[in-house]
Design a protein around this ligand. Structure first.
Ligand code: NAD
Length: 350
């Protein structure tokens, strides 16, 4: 049997790691019939839009996609295609396991955390008003001049619907994966309405799991310090979108960097797997970056497909190559290129 899966090669270093990852998956023996779909800068060059409807249609049809990173211009330029894919397909869960692999240089040992980030709301809603626009002037008036004149404004929506489903996912994940605790993280002491609603909703959901999974709350600033000082205290962490984005990179740092941090965007029946890191454009075409994060995202994809044996073998092959240290990329202290590290993983799978 062969799985039909959408492959978005991305841009920057994306195509290099996507190619290696596809070969590694093939080496597990799981047969995949890739449907290549474009997005981002490359898609604009080919068809004039950053997110062609054919790409979304392909993911909707195949239900599973593997996506390499896409560049988003900072400040001005087009909006994030990554955010657009998550919103268009209602991929409300961003699941980011952060686990220490022996041999990866890190200040910490035995980290095994899971970040569950809400993916569709919060300051990522894309509702923003430029300085001196009619809308921002109107909001400034509504605020009773609590907002300074000539401000640009971004809106932060948090709904009980959006919070309920992400927190419930975190608890269900904890139950399924035999985890002990869910920690909800916000800044509800300051954002009483939005983050307050996140906590209020999370507490209601937590009641359904009383006696099975522990529940606790932390403020985001304190959580950053706690994770740096005592990461072993935490297990599954659930957060609104922006805090989740920032904390994911912090957790990637705990386990040795972005080169080894995988992720999955999950909806009701669609899943898009991607690394936490971005397109690292300065290394484009240099065969330099670490393919591990996308390969470990592919491991999550194999688990999602029910290919548990292949997923375990793949993770072990990656772990063995890392611990051996003979064929690893620069970020893991080696001199191997993207392709060579991929090939070493393939050899382990034979
Ligand atoms: P980045 O993750 O691309 O790179 C930051 C630094 O981390 C790199 O310079 C490099 O030193 C290191 N790094 C990243 N991936 C690595 C890997 N696989 N192996 C070894 N080292 C690695 O972050 P950035 O520079 O902030 O963003 C670059 C672009 O990527 C931006 O346009 C951003 O919007 C985009 N981005 C995309 C995604 C996504 O597609 N999901 C995620 C984050 C950022």
């Amino acid at each position: 049997m062969s799985y039909k899966i959408t492959l978005i090669p991305g841009d920057g270093t994306g195509p290099e790691i996507a190619e290696v990852t596809a070969k590694v998956i093939e080496a597990t023996g799981v047969k995949v019939d890739w449907e290549i779909a474009q997005a981002g800068v490359e898609a604009v060059e080919k068809g004039g839009t950053t997110l062609p409807s054919s790409t979304l249609d392909s993911i909707r049809k195949n239900k599973v996609a593997l996506k390499a990173p896409l560049t988003t211009p900072i400040g001005t330029g087009f909006r994030s295609v990554n955010v657009a894919i998550r919103k268009e397909l209602d991929l409300f869960v961003c699941l980011r396991p952060c686990k220490t692999y022996n041999g990866v240089k890190s200040k910490y040992e035995n980290i095994d955390l899971v970040v569950v980030r809400e993916n569709t709301e919060d300051l990522y809603s894309g509702v923003e008003y430029t300085q001196d626009s009619e809308e921002s002037k109107e909001i400034i008036k509504l605020s009773n001049n609590k907002i300074r004149e000539h401000s640009a404004i971004s809106i932060k929506p948090i709904s009980s619907f959006g919070t309920e489903r992400i927190v419930r996912y975190a608890f269900e994940y904890a139950l399924k994966c035999k985890r002990r605790k869910v920690t909800a993280v916000t800044k509800a002491n300051i954002m009483k309405c939005t983050d307050g609603l996140f906590y209020e909703t999370a507490r209601k959901v937590a009641k359904d799991y009383e006696g099975k999974i522990e529940y606790e709350e932390r403020l985001i600033d304190n959580m950053c310090m706690q994770l740096v000082q005592k990461p072993e205290l935490y297990d599954v962490i659930v957060l609104p979108n922006l805090y989740g984005d920032i904390l994911s990179d912090l957790c990637a740092g705990l386990v040795g960097g972005l080169g080894v941090a995988p992720g999955a965007n999950l909806g009701k029946d669609i899943a898009v797997f991607e690394a936490v890191h971005g397109s690292a454009p300065k290394y484009k075409g240099l065969n330099k970056v670490n393919p591990t994060a996308l390969i470990l995202s592919a491991k999550l994809m194999l688990e999602h497909l029910g290919e548990i044996n292949a997923a375990c073998r793949l993770e072990k092959a990656v772990a063995d190559v890392i611990i051996e240290k003979k064929c690893v990329t620069y970020d893991l202290g080696g001199t191997a290129g993207t392709k060579e590290m991929g090939q070493a993983i393939i050899e382990r799978l034979k």
